[in-house]
Design a protein around this ligand. Structure first.
Ligand SMILES: Nc1nc2c([nH]c(=O)n2[C@H]2C[C@H](O)[C@@H](COP(=O)(O)OP(=O)(O)OP(=O)(O)O)O2)c(=O)[nH]1
Length: 173
């Protein structure tokens, strides 16, 4: 059985989240299945070290797979660590911003996309941490945060810091 000490050492699961903001509107998708089904979110998923040369590569791949477009100016803007009461490993999510893209936004098996005005994103139907970091994200800031969730996926504690420079990953991803 994992103790607190071994859980703290467990390697985080690497994931991405890419949010396109264009002309004052935010592109989100309603997740149709799996983890976070029913919630609106940016596009992303697990980094696949077999095919992704970098976290950014994974972010662009997931965006293309989930809503059919290619981001042209993706920049990493945040690193969020999520601790779930019922998961042994934390999740490390790299948040990207893009404003320019090629292609036509299309629904996929995983996501139903829609545009929302920046001041009217559906926070009540999004992950509960999102209300904490979206304001910094939309202001153009960089941020690092950690969120702890109970079994009902409610936040029990959080830390969020706006930073000048995001921490580099030791493995260069
Ligand atoms: N905004 C936000 N996004 C989150 C939170 N937690 C969380 O996993 N996500 C994002 C990160 C990823 O983009 C996505 C989870 O990845 P996923 O399970 O869909 O990964 P995947 O697409 O590779 O999954 P699959 O093909 O194996 O079903 O949800 C959160 O608290 N807030």
């Amino acid at each position: 059985m994992a103790t607190d000490a071994t859980a703290a050492l467990a390697a985080p699961k690497l994931t991405t989240l890419l949010v396109v903001v264009s002309d004052g509107n935010v592109l989100l998708g309603e997740k149709k299945r799996g983890f976070g089904a029913g919630l609106w979110n940016g596009f992303g998923g697990k980094v696949d070290l077999g095919i992704d040369a970098s976290v950014e590569h994974a972010a662009l791949r997931e965006l293309r797979e989930e809503c059919g477009i290619d981001a042209l100016d993706a920049t990493r803007r945040g690193v969020l660590t999520f601790h779930y009461a019922d998961a042994p490993n934390p999740m490390e999510t790299h948040v990207f911003h893009a404003s320019a893209f090629e292609g036509t936004v299309a629904e996929s098996d995983e996501m139903r996309p829609a545009w929302f005005p920046e001041d009217a994103i559906p926070l009540e139907k999004m992950w509960p941490d999102d209300e904490h970091w979206y304001p910094a994200f939309l202001r153009g800031e960089k941020f690092v945060g950690t969120f702890w969730f109970d079994r009902e996926k409610k936040i029990t504690r959080h830390e969020l810091e706006v930073v000048e420079t995001l921490p580099a990953r030791a493995d260069g991803l």
